[in-house]
Design a protein around this ligand. Structure first.
Ligand code: ATP
Ligand code: MG
Length: 423
């Protein structure tokens, strides 16, 4: 590694935290660092440096989504081009690159089954705190069993979940794990003014998680990370079937429009699709939502009809053909009731979903505060959004019950503020 770092020194130098990571000989390395610290960058360098080995190496990049995995993969390709190393890239069926006897593949965490039985000499898991634990322990780590390979996990923290436990192994010197945590400020490429701005912009709690890389537990959070975690599945063993419910939350100032598609009943709902658009004229957004809705004839679509949402529901009604639309107006009292139904499904481990990192981040920073009049207020903490949560809550609000109509197992209940969320 020292030799490689000397070779690239004219155009790239690790900052001290990155250097320490790169020089550690440990087989399992865990980096829990703040946003923009340079986690993805240093993993790309680690992979490229390993390509100088005489023996063939097989690297597998794993991330919660294919897009996320592609980010690190593309950084590796950037390095190969910069160092003028011959390579052959294939993008389908999934990204992989061959460099002489070495291969680097990039996969999302959604495809656990197709990864079984494969081997790797080096596993790199980006945003490891957002990947289901079972995928890491039951699918990913066994890939190293026959190769005596290495594993690198990098992420910002996400509560005290499996990533935290791997991190603790390193801190306690167990199982040969090396682990470090560092705030974003350790990177000289993150400016102090950017951090000062973020500190103003987002809540203290969110800042401590995102930029100071603290493993905070779920106190004060509406969605407890360990309970959300229990809802994650690495893949669908069988395609979810049943009634289709769709939630649409229109974007407003700086927010995205989000659409969630849930299949099943209140007993076994599965989040099968979640999308968010960027900035686009309303007419385009309506068309975009209609395209998704039209893929599910007979679905019930619960649609945010607050303010500007009202005419948009009518526009959507005109644009879709086989769906039933139900408007929903967000108010200070209707929103807690709606969110509460989603919280219930999660607290009871009913909802199942593959990991959508943006949704998981929204959940991590969705909080309850008290208004000036002492009423509970549910919203994303400052600087974060809750559009994906709202879309999902709208979708699950109309789920049918598969039990006989006489037995009501899970009606909406008033938000139990006093009991569960001490003031
Ligand atoms: N040693 C370095 N030299 C030059 N630029 C660097 C270095 N390390 C990181 N950077 C730059 O800093 C920025 C953030 O890096 P990177 O995307 O790897 O951070 P990250 O910790 O993965 O961020 P995120 O939390 O958003 O995933 C990128 O523009 C990257 O090119
Ligand atoms: Mg990154």
């Amino acid at each position: 590694m020292e030799r490689f770092l000397r070779q690239v020194e004219p155009f790239w130098r690790p900052h001290p935290g990155q250097r320490e990571f790169l020089l550690s000989p440990a087989k399992t390395k865990v980096l829990a660092c703040g946003r923009r610290w340079g986690k993805t960058e240093v993993c790309a360098v680690e992979i490229v440096a390993a390509l100088h080995a005489d023996h063939p190496t097989q690297h597998l990049i794993l991330a919660p989504t294919q897009d996320q995995a592609a980010l690190l993969f593309d950084r590796v390709i950037g390095w190969l081009e910069r160092l003028e190393i011959d390579h052959v890239v294939r993008r389908t069926p999934h990204p992989r690159v061959h460099v002489g006897p070495h291969t680097i593949r990039a996969r999302s965490g959604h495809v656990g089954r197709s990864l079984r039985g494969q081997e790797a000499t080096h596993l790199v898991i980006d945003e490891a705190a957002f990947i289901p634990e079972a995928l890491i322990t039951e699918v990913a780590l066994p890939m190293l069993a026959t190769t005596d390979g290495r594993c690198t996990m990098i992420s910002t923290p996400h509560g005290r979940n499996h990533f935290w436990r791997f991190f603790r192994f390193g801190q306690e010197g167990q199982h040969g794990v090396w682990s470090r945590t560092a705030p974003s400020a350790q990177s000289p490429y993150v400016s102090a003014s950017f951090l000062a701005f973020q500190r103003e912009l987002i809540s203290d709690r969110a800042y401590r998680v995102e930029y100071e890389a603290e493993f905070l537990d779920g106190a004060g959070c509406v969605f407890r990370s360990e309970l959300v975690e229990a809802c994650l599945v690495p893949r669908w063993d069988a395609e979810p079937r049943g009634a289709v419910r769709i939630g649409v939350d229109w974007g407003r100032y700086q927010d995205a429009t989000a659409v969630a598609v849930v299949v099943g009943s209140r007993e076994n709902p599965a989040l099968v699709e979640l999308h968010a658009t960027g900035d686009a004229p309303w007419s385009e957004q309506v068309r975009w939502v209609a395209e998704i809705v039209d893929r599910y004839p007979g679905s019930i679509v619960t649609c945010d009809a607050t303010g500007v949402g009202d005419p948009l529901v009518e526009a959507l009604r005109a644009a879709t053909r086989h769906a039933t639309l139900r408007p929903f107006v967000f108010t200070g009292t209707s929103k807690p009731g709606l969110i509460d139904q989603l919280v219930w499904l999660i607290d009871n481990g009913r909802l199942k979903m593959t990991p959508f990192p943006d949704l998981l981040r929204e959940m991590q920073h969705f909080q309850m505060t008290l208004s000036e009049t002492g009423h509970p207020r549910l919203a994303a903490s400052a600087g974060f959004h809750d559009d994906r949560i709202c879309a999902l809550a709208l979708a699950v609000s109309e789920l049918p019950s598969s039990l006989s109509p006489g037995i009501r197992t899970a009606g909406s209940r008033p938000f139990s503020f006093a009991k569960e969320y001490p003031r």
